[in-house]
Design a protein around this ligand. Sequence first.
Ligand SMILES: [Zn+2]
Length: 57
Amino acid sequence: MNETKRFKCSNCGEENPRKLHEEPDKTQVLYYSMQGAPVYKKRIKCGNCGLVFDKAQ
Ligand SMILES: [Zn+2]
């Protein structure tokens, strides 16, 4: 079962999940995987206005 989280851009109000792209925030490493690859914190970028915001808001 897929859990679809809904996000909303606080700048333009965009709610379309196809427009809100999850991307890694490479300034914030959460942890390193067992292979040694960094796992970054995820953030959301609005495809409509370009605002980048945290998932946890
Ligand atoms: Zn927006």
